[in-house]
Design a protein around this ligand. Structure first.
Ligand SMILES: [Zn+2]
Length: 550
C-alpha cells in the first residue's frame, strides 16, 4: 500500500511540474480520432503483384499508398483454408476461423448433414430484387468486427457500410450491426442487400442502380489498356493455361459481351475489370450520399474488389488478363484516394489495403517448367477413402468431405463399437499413402496439442473450429489442388496463398516499410488502437505499433 502511495505521489508531482511549465493539452487533442476508416480488400491479390506491375502503376493508386504510407512487405494469413469468407472475416475480426467460426466459404454442417454457405440465412429476405441472392446475413460469424466495435463504442452514432460484388465480401467485413452491406445481384444487374440490415434500399442506391452501369461498361467490351505487346510481365495472351469464364469463348483479347448482354447475363461483369470499377463507383456513391467522414463520430466503409479473384481463377496469375485488371484497378484506386484526399482529408482518414488470400500458379504451367505440382480429383479421393473404410470397418463411415476435412458418422461408429479416435488415426495414416497428400491430422491432435506459431501445423490448427470442423484434416503438397488444368485456385497453407500486401495510409501513419513477418489478424487490433476503441471480441492478433507515428 505504501509503495502504491509513493508511486501515485511520484506521478502526481510529475503532473504538477509538467502543468506548471507547459499548458496541459486539451483532451480532444490527445484522443484525436480519424473521421473515417476505409478498409480495402483486393480479392486474391498476391504480394508480388506490387513489384511485378510497379513500373506500370501510376503515382496516385498503389504507389501513393506505399510512397506516403506504411508497407508491411511480409504479411501472411496464419491459418488454412485461405478462402474469401475466412479471409474477410479474419481481416475484420482480428482472429482466425478457429475463433470466428467462418471455416470456409461453404462447409459440411454436422447438424443438418448438408453443405452450408458462410453467409446464407433462410430467415432473411432480399432487399432490392426478387431473387434469392439476398437471403444472407452475418449470423454464422461468431465474433464482432471493427465496425461492430465502432457501433458499440459510439452508441450506434458511427455509420458503418460495406460494398462488394460478392455477398460474403460485403457481409463479413460489415459485421452484425452495420447500417448496410451491399452486393451485386447478377440476375438483375443491381446492387442489393438483406433484411438483416434494412427494409428498403436507400434512395441513393436506387438512383445508382437506375444508371444501369453494368450495361454501360459491358457494352464497351474489354481491350487491353496498353498495346498487347507491352505486357512483358505476363506470359503470351494465347496459351494453354487459361479458360474464359463462360468456358466457351477463347481466352484471348479482345473480349466482347454482346451475346451475354442480349440475354441480360450481368454476372459476366464479375470476371472483367469493370466489376472493380463499378465497386469503386458504388463506394464513392456511398461515401457521398451517406456523408461518411462528415459527422462527429468515426465512420467506416469496407470495400472489397472481387474481379481480381474471378479473373485470377479463370486466367491465372501470369496472364495478360490479370495484369490488365491490376493496371485498371490502380486507376480506380487513384480516383477513390483523390476523392478522399480532397473531401475528407488525409489527416482525417485511416485507409488500409490488403487481400483475403493469394493464388497458386497454374500447376500445369509449373509442371511444363519441370516444377512439381499436380491435380487431385476429390470425388475420386472420397470414393477411395469410403472403400478403405468399408474394408477396414465394415461401413463407409464418411458422411462428407469438404475443404480437406473428413466428416465421419459418429453414431455409426458408436453402434459398431469403433473407437472414434482410433478410426481417425487410422484414416489420417491412410491419407498419407495417397499421392499429393502432404499432411493429415486426427481431431484430437488439433484439439489438444498446441503447435508453434507459424508452423504449417499451426495453420491447420488456427483454421480448425472445434464445433464446426471435421474428424480428420489434411493438406496437399505445394502446387497440388483440386481444379481444372486451366486457371487456378487458392486455399493452401503455402506462401503463394498466405502472403498478401498490407498497406496503411492516412492520419498519423508514418511513412516506411518492414520485412518483419506480421499476421493478417493483427490488422483489426491495430485499427482499434488507432480509433481508441475495444478490440473485436475474439481478437487473437496484436497491434502493429510501428505503423503509428507516435
Ligand atoms: Zn477465389
Amino acid at each position: 500500500m505504501i509503495r502504491l502511495f509513493y508511486f501515485i505521489s511520484f506521478f502526481a508531482i510529475c503532473e504538477i511540474s509538467f502543468a506548471q511549465t507547459k499548458p496541459k493539452p486539451a483532451i480532444s487533442n490527445s484522443l484525436k480520432q480519424p473521421k473515417l476508416v476505409i478498409g480495402i480488400v483486393v480479392d486474391q491479390m498476391r504480394q508480388d503483384y506490387i513489384y511485378r506491375y510497379w513500373n506500370k502503376f501510376g503515382n496516385g493508386g498503389f504507389k501513393k499508398l506505399i510512397n506516403e504510407g506504411f508497407f508491411y512487405k511480409n504479411a501472411h494469413f496464419n491459418y488454412v483454408p485461405t478462402y474469401t469468407g475466412p479471409g474477410h472475416a479474419s481481416i475484420y475480426t482480428g482472429t482466425s476461423p478457429a475463433t470466428h467460426g467462418i471455416i470456409a466459404n461453404d462447409w459440411y454442417d454436422k447438424e443438418t448433414n448438408s453443405v452450408v454457405y458462410c453467409t446464407d440465412d433462410k430467415d432473411a429476405k432480399t432487399i432490392g430484387s426478387e431473387s434469392k441472392a439476398g437471403l444472407m446475413s452475418p449470423k454464422k460469424l461468431l465474433t464482432t468486427t471493427i465496425g461492430d466495435e465502432l457501433k458499440i463504442n459510439s452508441n450506434q452514432r458511427s455509420k458503418v457500410f460495406a460494398v462488394s460484388l460478392k455477398d460474403r465480401s460485403s457481409i463479413l467485413p460489415a459485421g452484425h450491426s452495420a447500417n448496410g452491406a451491399f452486393w451485386f445481384d447478377g440476375s438483375v444487374g443491381k446492387f442489393i442487400s438483406s433484411s438483416h440490415y434494412m427494409k428498403t434500399l436507400p434512395t441513393w442506391l436506387n438512383d445508382f442502380n437506375n444508371l444501369q452501369l453494368p450495361k454501360h461498361y459491358l457494352s464497351q467490351g474489354w481491350k487491353t489498356l496498353y498495346p498487347l505487346n507491352t505486357y512483358l510481365e505476363s506470359i503470351s495472351d494465347n496459351n494453354n493455361y487459361e479458360q474464359a469464364p463462360n468456358k466457351k469463348d477463347t481466352a484471348i483479347f479482345p473480349y466482347n459481351y454482346k451475346s451475354q448482354l442480349d440475354i441480360n447475363n450481368f454476372d459476366i461483369l464479375r470476371a472483367t475489370p469493370f466489376g472493380n470499377t463499378i465497386t469503386k463507383d458504388i463506394a464513392l456513391a456511398c461515401l457521398k450520399s451517406e456523408q461518411l467522414g462528415k459527422g462527429n463520430e468515426t465512420d467506416m466503409l469496407c470495400i472489397s474488389f472481387s474481379s481480381t479473384d474471378y479473373v485470377g481463377h479463370s486466367y491465372g496469375p501470369r496472364s495478360v488478363e490479370i495484369e490488365d485488371v491490376y493496371l485498371r484497378l490502380d486507376k480506380d484506386l487513384e480516383e477513390l484516394l483523390n476523392y478522399i484526399d480532397a473531401n475528407i482529408g488525409k489527416q482525417n482518414v485511416v485507409v488500409f489495403l490488403t487481400a483475403d488470400h493469394g493464388a497458386c500458379d497454374v500447376p500445369a504451367h509449373l509442371m511444363d517448367m519441370k516444377i512439381p505440382g499436380g491435380y487431385i480429383n476429390e470425388a475420386e479421393l472420397a470414393k477411395t477413402i469410403k472403400t478403405f473404410c468399408f474394408n477396414q470397418f465394415k461401413d463407409s463411415l464418411v458422411n462428407g468431405m469438404k475443404n480437406q476435412q473428413l466428416f465421419l458418422n459418429e453414431p455409426k461408429m458408436a453402434s459398431l463399437n469403433l473407437n472414434k479416435f482410433s478410426v481417425e488415426h487410422t484414416l489420417a495414416n491412410y491419407l498419407l499413402t495417397i499421392k499429393g497428400v502432404a499432411e493429415s491430422y486426427p481431431s484430437d491432435v488439433l484439439k489438444y496439442e498446441n503447435y508453434t506459431e507459424g508452423s504449417f501445423k499451426s495453420l491447420i490448427q488456427k483454421g480448425y473450429n472445434h464445433v464446426r470442423s471435421g474428424n480428420v484434416a489434411f493438406s496437399y503438397n505445394p502446387a497440388w489442388m483440386e481444379y481444372h488444368s486451366k486457371g487456378t485456385t487458392h486455399g493452401a497453407s503455402y506462401s503463394y496463398d498466405t502472403h498478401v500486401p498490407l498497406l496503411f495510409y492516412g492520419m498519423d501513419i508514418k511513412h516506411g516499410s518492414t520485412v518483419n513477418k506480421v499476421n493478417i489478424v493483427d490488422i483489426a487490433p491495430t485499427v482499434s488502437m488507432m480509433l481508441h476503441i475495444s478490440f473485436p471480441n475474439g481478437t487473437t492478433g496484436k497491434p502493429l505499433l510501428d505503423v503509428i507515428d507516435k
